[in-house]
Design a protein around this ligand. Structure first.
Ligand SMILES: Cc1ncc(COP(=O)(O)O)c(C=O)c1O
Length: 388
């Protein structure tokens, strides 16, 4: 299936001939998985985000699972997470039979609020998982200070923020562990894929083992040493990434800066077009932040509600604009309602803003003409809304 000329998806990959050639080369080579291209992609991402060790895995979700394991999250622990994210950011805590505790967000940015994090800390808290919602890094300086004061591990879920920084500093260098996703709607893709980066060598070694069933030597090492013996020393998973995916990742990464520049241009065009519309209330970008613009989120102003959002959504879809909603607060999902005690959760800022948000198309291949169509369609939808 391909999108025809009229429908504009909210996100999609860009694949060129170099990307395809890089994958084909690997398919013709000796190593299809966890070989030289995996090591190269790990190094390429580490160099890009300025962190020492990278462990490539099969998805961003697998990356989060690895991160909570080496953060020492165990049964009965609590981990503070944001509700404004994809469920995987909190599910990884449940994988450990630990409890996600939802901190509120700052209303203006929809990013995890450091003040709320402070209030949620108990003697059981082991870690904090911050999410760079839409591509804007969280307030990592404040979160780092809180985590240091309370001896907590800081995990940055950077699935949206590859290429973002705070005054030139990558969030991955401030957190203890940072995770990435290479799903097709992300800045670069490997089809499916993810990575955890850290400056902690011991943690990275444990994650290499964990992604490989918990086995202490991988197949490349055994081939080099001409040995057959291996030991499974802990219960791990098969979270390995193939070499053809990693070759694609390295090829994509070479184009990332240009793609982010285009995303910033698009965000600027949207900002300019919408700044005077009273039906909208923009999300704020914090000062010093270089936003990676994974998502462009519109928020209807406070006189509107979720019903109005639905009307705008429907109107845009009718006009062939592939809008979406990021996100349903994690604790509202049926699984959480049934399996996690959600009755005491209080996230008033998240609740106040989340039912009025809509994500517009945002990806580097959007043409100016398509952006013009999105802008026109949004204005039409808002005129319809105001008229009623
Ligand atoms: C914030 C966030 N974290 C984690 C993930 C999970 O990544 P993946 O789909 O690669 O497992 C996603 C994916 O959409 C995400 O948006």
């Amino acid at each position: 299936m391909s999108f025809d000329d009229t429908f504009i998806p909210y996100g999609r990959q860009s694949i060129d001939d170099d990307d395809i050639a890089s994958v084909v080369d690997v398919l013709r080579s000796d190593w299809l998985t966890t070989g030289p291209k995996t090591a190269q992609f790990e190094k390429d991402i580490c160099d890009y985000v300025n962190v020492a060790h990278g462990v490539a895995v099969s998805s961003g979700t697998a990356a989060l699972h690895c991160a909570v394991v080496v953060a020492g999250v165990e049964e009965g622990d609590e981990v503070i997470v944001t509700p404004i994210t994809f469920a995987a950011s909190a599910n990884c805590v449940l994988y450990r039979n630990a409890m996600p505790v939802f901190a509120d967000v700052d209303y203006a940015t929809m990013l995890m609020s450091p003040d709320s994090v402070k209030q949620k800390i108990t003697s059981k808290t082991r870690a904090v998982i911050a999410v760079d919602y839409a591509g804007q890094p969280c307030d990592y300086m404040a979160l780092r200070q809180i985590c240091d004061q309370h001896d907590l591990v800081l995990i940055a879920d950077c699935a949206h923020s590859l290429g973002a920084d705070i005054n030139g500093v990558s969030p991955a260098t401030i957190a203890d562990l940072a995770t990435f996703s290479f799903h097709p709607v992300k800045h670069i893709t490997t089809g499916e894929g993810g990575m955890v980066v850290t400056n902690d060598g011991a943690r990275s070694e444990r994650m290499r083992r964990f992604r490989n069933h918990g086995i202490d030597v991988d197949h490349a090492q055994r081939a080099r040493e001409g040995a057959w013996m291996y030991g499974m020393v802990e219960l791990g998973f098969n979270y390995r990434m193939t070499d053809f995916q990693c070759a694609l990742g390295s090829s994509q990464l070479r184009k990332l800066d240009g793609w982010i520049a285009r995303r910033r241009e698009i965000a600027h065009m949207y900002d300019e077009a919408f700044s005077s519309l009273s039906a909208l209330e923009s999300l704020v970008t914090r000062s010093g932040v270089n936003h990676a613009h994974h998502l462009y989120v519109l928020r209807l102003s406070q006189k509107f509600n979720s019903g109005h959002r639905q009307e705008v959504f429907d109107s845009l879809r009718r006009q062939q604009i592939g809008v979406n909603v990021h996100y349903i607060p994690v604790y509202r999902h049926p699984y959480y309602q049934q399996n996690v005690n959600t009755s005491a959760i209080r996230c008033p800022n998240a609740e106040a803003g989340v039912d009025r948000i809509i994500s517009l198309p945002m990806h580097s291949a959007l043409t100016d003409a398509q952006i013009g169509r999105v802008i026109g369609a949004v204005k039409n939808a808002l005129i319809e809304l105001e008229r009623r």
